[in-house]
Design a protein around this ligand. Sequence first.
Ligand code: ZN
Length: 338
Amino acid sequence: MELLEFCQKLPKIELHAHLNGSLSPETLTVLNTPIEDIKTYQLLTKLDCIEDQLNLAFTLFKIAHNATNMIESTYLATKHVIEEFHKDNVIYLELRTTPRAEPQMTKRDYVNTIIKAIREQNLITVKLLLSINRGHCLKESEETLNLILEMHELYPDIIKGVDLSGNPNVGIFSEAMFIKARKSGLKITLHCAEVLNNEEVKQMLEFKPDRIGHGTFIHPTYGGSTENWKLCSDLRIPLECCLTSNVLCNTVQSYKEHHMCEWVENNLPFNINTDDKGVFSTTLTKEYFYAAHHLNLSKESLYNCSCIAIDSSFASEEEKLKLKTYLKEWKDKHLELF
Ligand SMILES: [Zn+2]
């Protein structure tokens, strides 16, 4: 209990959170989601069978997606997600989402609405990463990228990065698009090695992204190549870890066997995140707790994890300094908790 309380009180940094996957049942209620759908939403963590879990996760993403198909609901969803992270003592949040068009909302409307919700709150510092879905065709992805570049010019303090996400079994990593994004000053994070694909992982690592998401199959213990692991550790690219997401999607056997331990043992930079806190029924507090409990991280290590996450974030240098000062002062005031 004491450890859980520490994880709750610790000011935390969230770097890998998909907007739609982060909708809690409470947020769905506000968005007028049918009650049956909300009940379904609370089931995932209670299922034992992996195949059922995967099917249900898929259904949950659909429910969340349907709940935010209009301007007003997108605004409310963003607002509520930020408030919930704030309540969980997250002091800095990077939300990510793929610009999407719906019958009553253009991609530009969608992005503008999220930005409006971010700008109209002053609870915490929030940045937006826009995702390219690897399942989309090149033409659509290029259109999305052009919109991202335009919006980045308008809101350079909020839109900080581009992410590659989507089903890892389809599509390719199109380096040219990310080179273009990088040239306009955007940071890059890639969902990488979510499935075993050493050739693609090599391409991604050679591109030197600013961060990688998941990185499950990079270390040789999990089927990765020695060459890729060497490249990854030499470059010291920060890893975005999402423990519960990986356990529930069965890409790792258990919390204890999570590949994050390789980063811990080799003293490589990593951060702890929720991925989809609504769908996987988690919080960043719980994720810190699981990391400490299953991977034997001390309270000091959890605190350092928050500090390192600031360095790996896409905040400005000035914002990073402020966040670090805040954390340092928090520690000085709460030494009895350590
Ligand atoms: Zn993700």
